[in-house]
Design a protein around this ligand. Structure first.
Ligand SMILES: CC1=C(CCC(=O)O)c2cc3nc(cc4[nH]c(cc5[nH]c(cc1n2)c(C)c5CCC(=O)O)c(CCC(=O)O)c4C)C(CCC(=O)O)=C3C
Ligand SMILES: [Fe+2]
Length: 336
């Protein structure tokens, strides 16, 4: 398979205080997110000067990749500048026909996979016939290099606790509506988001701390309270651990590939504060963007896609594939 360019596809985030409101409007259009929740999230961004950390992380990722691949690198986001449609237009104008895209999420579900594919399709449609064709790289939730980076991060976090031998591991990911979790994956199967996250948690725990109990819990719940989302929330989980007599916990955000605002606010600020109130020793494991093996993995994912018959490195049992089936991870019904 021949490709003419690499495209980094990310969520996007504000780059200053004036960007926060229009960014949030882009993210939540038609999604039924209550205004109270939006105001709260706007405050999280303002706490960091209205600058999302995600953009710098994208720039770092591209810088890490630059000398490692022989393809020109482009960057397009779903919800903020540089937008996908602008990246695709630049590529088209540069005579690029086939593009390999890396989406900054390892897992399947509408929010973490299909929504990116839909937005790529919409951006292509806006450009008309000469829009470059875009192939998305596969899910990588159990890639050996992804797991290895998390394993070392969890070990390093554990080592900072006063009593690591009696600590617990809590893996976190973005909560999603239960209805979205139920339909994640190929048509008729469902449950792919939770299943992949469970597998990632199992693989990391087994290699990092085989003797410690671990749980997969959820963070950053949004949406109206009447709609069920995946539970328990990480803060409730910390309280439950404390009630059991546990004295230390490592929180590993396997649902995010870098220190997004959800990691910096919902974990480093909120969950850390919860732990402090409970008298629970708390350490947050690093996300993989800081680890050179993450770039190594990306290089491997690009190489494997260029050799269709070749190996697809994977430690787990949940299958991955190069191309998601058309009806995979369907969109939830639009609200508002
Ligand atoms: C599964 C998942 C991931 C992980 C996969 C992936 O990485 O894509 C993720 C990532 C992210 N989510 C992000 C930001 C936001 N997500 C929101 C809202 C929502 N997220 C959802 C799910 C997910 N989100 C859902 C079901 C909603 C409800 C509205 C809807 O159905 O779409 C809102 C609106 C306010 C709120 O409701 O909280 C914001 C601002 C940022 C940027 C962070 C930064 O700036 O550093 C990132 C990386
Ligand atoms: Fe989100």
């Amino acid at each position: 398979m021949t490709y003419d360019a690499f495209l980094l596809v990310s969520f996007g985030g504000p780059e200053g205080p004036d960007d926060v409101a229009p960014f949030l409007a882009n993210v939540t259009r038609g999604r039924g997110v209550p205004p109270e929740r939006l105001a709260e999230v706007a405050e999280h961004y303002r706490h960091f000067g209205g600058v999302s950390p995600i953009n710098e992380q994208c720039r770092l990722l591209m810088a890490g990749l630059r000398d490692r691949i022989d393809l020109p690198i482009y960057w397009g986001n779903r919800n903020w500048r540089p937008y996908l449609v602008d990246a695709l237009r630049d590529m088209r104008d540069a005579g690029i026909h086939r593009v390999l895209a890396f989406v900054t999420s390892p897992y399947g579900s509408y929010s973490s996979c299909r929504q990116y594919l839909d937005d790529i399709a919409a951006a292509r449609a806006a450009l008309g016939e000469r829009a470059p064709e875009v192939d998305k790289l596969r899910h990588f939730h159990d890639h050996p290099l992804f797991i290895a980076a998390h394993v070392d991060a969890v070990k390093a976090a554990l080592a900072t606790l006063p009593d690591p031998a009696n600590a617990r591991l809590a893996f976190t990911a973005h909560s999603i509506p239960v209805s979205m979790a139920d339909t994640a994956g190929p048509v008729r199967n469902g449950g792919r988001y939770v299943a992949q996250l469970r597998e990632t948690a199992r693989l990391v725990a087994a290699a990092a701390a085989p003797d410690l109990p671990y749980e997969l819990v959820w963070q950053s719940r949004s949406g109206p309270p009447v709609i069920p989302w995946l539970e328990p929330d990480v803060n409730d989980h910390l309280a439950a651990l404390s009630a059991e007599g546990v004295t230390g916990v490592v929180v590993s955000p396997i649902g995010f590939i870098s220190d997004h605002i959800e990691v910096l606010w919902d974990l480093d600020h909120e969950a850390a504060e919860t732990a402090e109130k409970l008298g629970l020793a708390y350490a947050r494991a690093a996300t993989p963007t800081d680890d050179p093996r993450f770039i190594d993995m990306l290089v491997e994912l690009i190489e494997e896609r260029r050799s269709p018959g070749g190996d697809r490195a994977a430690l787990g049992e949940i299958p991955t594939w190069d191309r998601c089936a058309p009806g995979c991870c369907p969109a939830p019904p639009k609200r508002r």
